[in-house]
Design a protein around this ligand. Structure first.
Ligand code: UD1
Length: 418
């Protein structure tokens, strides 16, 4: 067990290199099972979700080796279609393997996926989509078993635009007979990135980024070298950190277009923001103003994965904000922790009513999930005095070198074994 010890009050100044997106790398790693060619995924982030996905690939019989920051996957040796619960429970994205494993072996058995506890997180839409492709599904003793003679393309209407279900069905359909059309598909940039990767290795997918994705089945996929898109959530977290602490930071290797909803809000808060090529500059000079409302929505709306960080920022702005979480039911678990620091926030159902206070005070805090945990780190960096953030293994699921990157721009943060 490890914790962060943070002395708040420093401004953040300097440059941060943005990692490749966790939510892009994970489905791409799942997709490697579809090919016998060697795939090199460049600059994979050093996060536990990736490490666990690599363990699962190993358990399926794939070979994975790191070459510096690149990860080379050779799935030609894959010979197993079962993912034990001890691994599946480590990360939500284990569910993506249903699509790719059933495509490869026409069989798959996987324990119910784990991941951060931010709500019910059902997988009914994933399973309904697979059934439409001809997969027979049985559920027993915490396991989902899939079987089919072959996968057959079909039209699939999603009940809601689920990111994971869109990706899972894409993976299952890539080598199916005929054409699959996913309607009401999610439009997140990471889905477009998955399409880019799949086409790069020989698939025929179009429409990702819109509400309709069309997958024409192909017989074979090859290997190749691919660099996933930038992590817009990591980028957003650093922007909000600088907005809260004050200072001037530059993000390098980022696509500002993917962060439009956040940049719009931060400008309303009073931050000065400039975009040039793959860089975003943010300057925050004085106490910021509240924005009236923030509502999480599917892309291109405000991302649920930045809700906790943004609520934390609002907790020290001048004025009131109402934050509405539309995607996940229990994504305000960090609020009681912020209250220990003096934040004035009331949660009623899906809404958090925030009254900005002058400043937060250091406290002992517990992380309950990945993004909520990162928000507590931001609060501690901006607070007066010393804070400790416990259970930081949640944060390690999604942020690579988090404390190194924060220290490099002036944050006083160290990791300590408990
Ligand atoms: C992905 C992201 C996660 C992000 C979320 C929303 C990855 C690895 N994770 O999660 O970081 O917070 O998108 O942008 O990419 N739903 C159902 N049934 C299903 C599937 C989903 O009811 O079968 C509901 C969920 O409960 C939720 C909503 O749909 O309310 C959106 O979830 P979804 O888009 O599937 O999120 P994930 O793919 O789990």
């Amino acid at each position: 067990m490890e914790k962060y010890v943070i002395n708040g009050g420093s401004h953040l100044n300097g440059c941060v290199k943005i990692q490749t997106a966790k939510n892009s790398v994970l489905p791409i790693l799942a997709a490697t099972v579809l090919t016998d060619g060697k795939v090199t995924v460049c600059d994979v982030p050093k996060i536990t979700d990736v490490r666990n996905m690599v363990k699962i690939l190993g358990c399926l019989g794939c070979r994975a080796v790191y070459e510096k920051n690149d990860l080379i996957i050779d799935a030609s040796t894959a010979d197993c279609c079962e993912i034990p619960s001890v691994l599946a429970r480590e990360l939500r994205s284990s569910v993506f393997l249903l699509g790719s494993v059933v495509s490869r072996f026409h069989r798959a058995k996987i324990a119910y996926p784990g991941g951060c506890d931010i709500g019910l997180r059902p997988i009914d839409i994933h399973l309904a989509g697979l059934k439409r492709l001809g997969v027979k599904i049985t559920e027993a003793s915490g396991y989902i078993s899939c079987e089919c003679d072959k996968l057959i393309g079909n039209e699939i209407m999603l009940d809601c635009p689920s990111v994971g279900a869109t990706e899972n069905i894409m993976l299952a359909a890539v080598k199916a007979d005929g054409v699959t059309v996913i309607k009401n598909a999610a439009r997140e940039p990471e889905i477009e990135d998955l399409q880019k990767f799949l086409n790069f290795i020989g698939a025929n997918v179009s429409g990702a980024g819109s509400g309709t994705v069309v997958i024409k089945g192909v017989n074979e996929l090859k290997g190749g070298r691919f660099r996933p898109v930038c992590d817009r959530i990591e980028a957003g977290t650093f922007l909000i950190a600088a907005a809260m602490c004050g200072g001037e930071i530059e993000l390098d290797g980022v696509n500002a277009e993917l962060l439009s909803s956040l940049l719009h809000k931060l400008r309303e808060n009073g931050c000065k923001i400039r975009v040039k090529d793959d860089k975003i500059y943010l300057k925050s000079e004085k106490r910021l103003y509240s924005v009236k409302n923030i509502e999480t929505q599917p892309y291109p709306g405000f991302p649920t994965d930045l809700q906790a960080q943004m609520t934390t920022l609002c907790s020290v702005c001048k004025g009131h904000t109402i934050i509405t979480e539309n995607l996940f039911e229990t994504r305000f678990k960090y609020v009681p922790e912020l209250k220990k620091m003096g934040a004035d926030i009331t949660v009623i159902g899906r809404n958090a009513f925030v009254r900005g206070v002058e400043n937060l005070k250091g406290a002992e805090l517990v992380a309950h999930d990945l993004r909520g945990g990162a928000a507590l780190v931001l609060a501690s960096l901006a607070a007066e005095g010393k804070s400790e953030v416990l259970d930081i293994s949640y944060i390690d699921r999604g942020y690579s070198d988090f404390e190194y990157k924060l220290r490099a721009i002036g944050g006083d943060i160290v990791r300590i074994a408990v």
